[in-house]
Design a protein around this ligand. Structure first.
Ligand code: ATP
Ligand code: FE
Length: 245
């Protein structure tokens, strides 16, 4: 979400966010089609995030997606956008979530654990605001830039939950996965654990984006999800975990 429209308010204002989404949606779709070299009626299916998130914003995308699917006469697939951040042992660290998930398959997750407190991204955002940093591009990037001048060893942290499962791949997903310290600390843990490897998107694709939703929609479609053009609604809360999560 373009953060600058909310800058003066120190947080996201739903009506402004809705208007910004409505103003941007046509251009975003046109740009994506142009970049793919496709006409609107040449797509095979439409994937759309149905939640979780701000309902007023989700509805803007939902309406546009249904219209596009009807116009092109193709299937529509709804996606939980947390799933779009994508799977194995997944550390999902975003604005609203800080969870370890066991990904058993498309749409089949078990929550191994999570924070009882603020999500990691929320903690970055609040800390940046408390410190009076410029949060135009989000609190995380501002705090990361400041931390480059800090002392990484100033505070010793304990290591929780050292036990893990019969797995060998760690996927790190969500906006906080863009953070260089988070990436290198986790890469260090994985490198020190024989047989393990880590998969993490490039920093520019860690925060919410259309590619991850399209990819998750394609996985669901290939996995046999039926056309969902009708009979669904956006969801402000939509936890991952369990089948169909
Ligand atoms: P959710 O996916 O849980 O609904 P969200 O969609 O708002 O939440 P994302 O778009 O995945 O979350 O990520 C946004 C969060 O990522 C913000 O809290 C932001 O501060 C954080 N973030 C982005 N870049 C960085 C960075 N370089 N370092 C730390 N945090 C970052
Ligand atoms: Fe997100």
């Amino acid at each position: 979400m373009a953060f600058y429209v909310h800058r003066a308010f120190g947080g996201v204002v739903p009506s402004l966010a809705r208007d910004a989404h409505a103003a941007a949606i046509g251009r975003v779709v046109a740009d994506a089609l142009a970049a793919a070299g496709l006409a609107a009626d040449e797509v095979d299916a439409v994937g759309v995030t149905a939640g979780p998130g701000l309902e007023v914003c989700l509805r803007v995308g939902a309406r546009a997606a249904v219209a596009a699917a009807v116009d092109a006469d193709v299937p529509l697939v709804t996606v939980n956008h947390l799933e779009a951040h994508f799977p194995f042992l997944t550390l999902l660290v975003s604005g609203g979530h800080c969870q370890l998930l066991l990904a058993r398959g498309v749409g089949d997750y078990a929550v191994l654990g999570g924070t009882l407190d603020d999500a990691a991204g929320e903690a970055f955002d609040k800390t940046a605001r408390l410190l009076g940093l410029d949060v135009a591009a989000g609190g995380g990037p501002a705090l990361e830039a400041l931390a480059a001048q800090g002392d990484a060893d100033a505070v010793p942290f304990p290591v929780p939950m050292a036990r893990r499962r019969d797995l060998t791949t760690l996927v790190v997903a969500g906006g906080v996965a863009a953070n260089a310290s988070v990436r290198s600390a986790l890469a260090g843990v994985v490198a020190a654990t024989p047989g393990w490897s880590m998969v993490v998107p490039p920093p520019a694709l860690c925060t919410d984006n259309g590619v991850m939703v399209a990819w998750a929609a394609a996985e669901r479609l290939l996995g046999g999800v039926a056309n969902e053009r009708e009979g669904w609604a956006v969801r402000a809360r939509w936890p991952l975990g369990g089948r169909g999560g």
